[in-house]
Write a protein that binds this ligand. Structure first.
Ligand SMILES: [Zn+2]
Length: 167
């Protein structure tokens, strides 16, 4: 099982590159992503979160999951603010302003072009995952001062829990 990359892992702030063709290698990456997402009780995961810099996201609600290859937000409207967390930023929740409704174009796993219209919570999840492909995390949606404070606290917490595991 892959481990989730945790901030400040540099892979998380790099831009992912588009998938050229969907071969067995890419399908294996998708399997790994789905496994990691469910094992960590996430509702979405982007490939950089397991260290792979390709434009792939998975979103799963319940047992249904969907994979999007090279997703692109072509249009959006409205805005709303909601607290979000991220598997790569343990114990951090910050308010993130996002579009209320988005139109997304992508490929599915068969290489067919799909168009999606998503709103509210689900639209937010997809926007969060697509952000990952551009190296943008939820902490990039808040002020620098607040970001530095939260990260300092997160790293301290992580160190403390690692020490506990060692002992
Ligand atoms: Zn995330």
């Amino acid at each position: 099982m892959d481990e989730i990359r945790i901030y400040p892992d540099p892979v998380l702030i790099k831009k992912a590159i588009p998938v050229q063709n969907i071969d067995q290698k890419i399908k294996k990456v998708v399997d790994r992503m789905v496994n990691v997402m469910y094992a960590n009780k996430g509702i979405g995961l982007a490939a950089p979160q397991i260290g792979i810099l390709n434009q792939i996201i998975v979103v799963g609600l319940g047992r249904d999951w969907r994979v999007l290859i090279n997703p692109e937000i072509v249009e959006g409207e409205g805005e709303s603010v909601m607290e979000e967390g991220c598997l790569s930023l343990p114990n951090i929740e910050v308010p993130v302003k996002r579009m209320e409704k988005v139109f997304i174009r992508a490929w599915n796993l068969d290489g067919e072009e799909v168009s999606l219209e998503l709103s509210n919570f689900l639209g937010r999840v997809y926007q969060h995952e697509i952000d990952h492909l551009r190296g943008i995390l939820i902490i990039h949606h808040i002020s620098r001062l607040r970001r530095e404070l939260l990260i300092k606290r997160m790293i301290k917490d992580l160190k403390r829990s690692q020490e506990r595991t060692v002992l």
